[in-house]
Design a binder for this molecule. Structure first.
Ligand code: ADP
Ligand code: ZN
Ligand code: ZN
Length: 733
């Protein structure tokens, strides 16, 4: 191809490697001299890269024309078997193409950290202990009543002649002592896959539940999607459990995805008690080694049921039978930085390749999924009633116009809370803003305390602290207004902290528990809060952390302090999210014996979507919202991609966005909107802008991205900004 000074270069055999670096290309390396065999595709390799050593993935052999810097050689081949089976390999390749992310980055992210760093798949076998011959003889001589004797007796007399002591820490000392003397030994065996029979029994399913289970059964063994729509408490989890049972009976693995806040100990316990196999869990609170072990258990088929949050969607599923996505509308399924995948969408892609059904469950399905159901692409299963005959809560819309408010709470609402407490019941006061007040305002001149680094007000915490919720910047409250020097600085609006104080003043005798990110830093804190309250009459005040989890049978009143922010946001998804959150929170009120009540405070009681939601429910709201989306040409009636960029100065930002826009426009059937500032144009001291791409057909958008994405990397302007591409963005900021 190219002539060099010494003549024509001959092609040399190389290995193509995908590396976890954000460049949309593969890299060539010389094969290691001491490895005669070509590794399987996806095998991990250790390679030099610049002055670093990286773990990359083998793609395949190739011929390269060598010209320029000499090729470097692969240091080591780490795998004889690919860490990715066929399905996962192809699905991850799809994801890299679809989300325009370097394949090496996607492959690395799909592995738990130790594997990503080159460690071997951990051993999942468990030691099973037995008495040695010496132990059998010596047993009688061990002191009666001692722990070692008791353990030796247990091993001797047990029904089985060996025991796994996993989860039995009290034997550890005795075991060590017997082992030191050569009286016991162990062999490694795969972990148990059965825990015998389930430890609690299923209720008799209702007619609607049975139909739903049959609907999913009908899809077994082939790809298909069922949308299970049912309010909180309608028995969706029972349907999941029955579907998982059927999946296990067929000898298959089940994957259950739950939103971040949905994975409470109570929920996990329920699965664990009802299924005849160990239930494995993946969430952000686990150590890297725990994650790697669970990954290995799934890869070897030793784990049959996995429940996890977003990233569990990358788990190996060699014997897949079913994927369940609980609360499929939940925003936490979308990764918001780096590799911006959507776990629900990726799960659907995997299931299609695996030929297995997907069950999407929600009280408030996403408009995307509803649109598929409306067109018959998804089976649409409905649970209309709450299990056990509970009645839906009564909804009161409180018009705040002209009302006197006590720290954001109107008189009728306070009266209702008082009556609820007097009946010996619990009230939940919901406000999705933590802190004391979202704004500190000068009553004399209108100045408010803004973050010096963001285009945003700082939130008042306590009386003295201002914190920016976008960049974390902190300062103490100034003594006087920075603009006019006046002293009339006043908190404006309410956050959970202020509500807590206000409610404590009005109801000094009621136990009051605040649940938000500040009071709930530790993973188990949420559960502790709920336990602390128990069934006593009292008040819970908090953010959307309260929307899910822990069953509260004595909760009968839900108050939503204001819903107005959701009604008038610039984001086209804001009303959908508002409605979903509202229905979720409201769904917590009431039981069969005690009907619930929901109080909504608003300055806009006449808002049409709100009226539809309140008078006709979520399905009618969703119908109306879909019609609005269609009229406006928003998803799911169009497909979006958002190019975001940020820089410390305006000039490089503008230059990049202009150059990028020039590359992105001019593709057939897509429109590239002109560069715009982001809805928050400055954050953490950086200026932010974006280019929105829109197409009515997904393939057109994909074709445009494929053609232009590599060119964006080559733009000289790209080096002076941070930029990223978000395919199917859920937030347009
Ligand atoms: P969801 O997942 O839709 O919120 P759950 O499955 O958690 O609903 O059910 C709510 C409550 O009703 C649970 O306590 C559950 O045990 C109970 N329940 C569900 N289905 C039935 C049924 N068919 N008969 C009796 N109780 C049921
Ligand atoms: Zn002022
Ligand atoms: Zn800030």
């Amino acid at each position: 191809m190219t002539a060099t000074a010494t003549g024509i270069s001959a092609p040399v055999p190389v290995w193509q490697v995908a590396l976890p670096v954000p460049l949309p290309r593969l890299f060539d390396y010389l094969p290691p001299s001491d490895i005669p065999n070509v590794p399987p595709r996806g095998a991990r390799l250790r390679v030099p890269f610049g002055n670093r050593v990286l773990v990359g993935f083998f793609i395949g052999p190739a011929q390269a024309e060598v010209d320029g810097p000499a090729l470097r050689a692969v240091d080591a081949v780490l795998d004889t078997h690919s860490p990715f089976d066929d399905e996962l390999w192809h699905s991850l390749n799809w994801a890299a193409r679809y989300y325009q992310r370097a394949l090496g980055e996607v492959l690395a992210l799909a592995l738990p950290a130790p594997l990503r760093q080159g460690e071997a798949l951990p051993d999942t076998r468990i030691p099973h202990w037995f008495l040695t011959e010496a132990g059998v003889t010596a047993r009688a001589r061990l002191r009666t009543g001692s722990r070692p004797r008791a353990l030796a007796d247990l091993l001797h007399e047990g029904e089985r002649d060996e025991i796994s002591l996993e989860g039995m820490p009290k034997w550890r000392e005795a075991l060590r002592s017997l082992h030191k003397r050569g009286l016991v030994d162990s062999r490694l065996l795969p972990p148990a896959q059965q825990v015998g029979s389930a430890r609690s029994v299923a209720p008799d399913l209702s007619e609607a539940q049975r139909e739903a289970v049959e609907g999913i059964q009908g899809l077994a063994g082939s790809f298909g999607v069922a949308l299970l729509e049912g309010v909180t408490g309608s028995g969706k989890t029972e349907v999941y459990l029955a579907a998982i049972q059927h999946c296990l009976v067929r000898g298959k693995q089940a994957l259950v995805l739950v939103p971040e806040i949905g994975l409470t100990p109570q929920a996990i316990q329920r699965y664990g008690q009802r299924l005849p196999v160990p239930v494995h869990v993946l969430h952000s609170g686990l150590s890297d080694n725990e994650r790697a072990r669970t990954h290995a258990l799934m890869a070897r088929g030793q784990a049959r049921v996995l429940i996890g949050t977003r990233s569990a969607v990358f788990s190996p599923l060699p014997e897949a039978g079913l994927v369940i996505i609980d609360e499929e509308h939940d925003g936490s399924y979308k990764q918001q930085d780096g590799f911006r995948y959507h776990a629900r969408d990726f799960a659907l892609v995997r299931a299609k390749r695996l030929g297995i059904p997907v069950l999407l469950g929600s009280a408030t399905p996403s408009l995307e999924s509803l649109q598929h159901a409306r067109h018959g692409r998804y089976a649409w299963l409905k649970l209309r009633e709450r299990a056990g005959g509970a009645r839906p809560p009564r909804v009161h819309v409180l018009d705040l116009r002209g009302q006197r408010l006590t720290h954001g709470l109107s008189r009728p609402l306070l009266d209702a809370i008082g009556a609820c407490l007097a009946r010996g019941e619990q009230a939940l006061v919901f406000r999705n803003r933590r802190g004391y007040a979202p704004v500190l305002l000068c009553h004399d001149c209108g100045w408010h305390a803004d973050c010096p680094r963001c285009d945003s007000a700082m939130t008042l915490h306590g009386r003295r602290r201002l914190i920016c919720h976008h960049c974390g910047h902190r300062r103490t409250v100034p003594d006087a207004c920075s603009a006019c020097g006046g002293l009339a600085l006043m908190p404006q609006g309410v956050g959970t902290e202020r509500l807590e104080q206000a409610l404590a003043e009005v109801f000094p005798d009621a136990p009051l528990i605040r649940v938000d990110r500040e009071t709930t830093r530790r993973r188990d804190a949420l559960e502790k809060h709920f336990e602390q309250l128990g069934d006593r009459p009292g008040i819970l005040v908090g953010t959307q952390m309260l929307a899910k989890g822990h069953d509260l049978p004595n909760l009968t009143l839900v108050a939503i302090v204001t819903i107005d922010e959701g009604l008038f946001s610039a984001d086209f998804r804001a009303t959908e999210r508002m409605a979903q959150l509202l229905v979720q929170v409201a769904g917590r009120a009431g039981r069969a014996q005690r009907p619930g009540e929901v109080w909504l405070q608003t300055h806009h009681p006449e808002h049409p979507l709100l009226q539809t939601l309140v008078s006709a429910g979520y399905p009618a709201f969703a119908e109306a919202a879909l019609n609005e989306r269609q009229a406006a040409g928003f998803p799911p009636f169009s497909h979006l991609a958002l190019l975001r960029a940020e820089a410390p100065q305006v000039e490089p930002l503008d230059a990049f966005l202009r150059a990028a826009h020039a590359v992105l426009r001019g593709h057939p059937d897509i429109s590239a909107h002109p560069p715009m500032p982001a809805p928050m144009p400055r954050r953490a001291g950086r200026l932010r802008g974006q280019v929105l791409l829109e197409a009515t057909q997904r393939p057109a958008l994909q074709a445009a991205l494929r053609a232009s994405f590599p060119r964006l990397f080559e733009l000289p302007e790209a080096r002076r900004v941070r930029w990223s591409l978000d395919v199917d963005p859920v937030d347009l900021y």
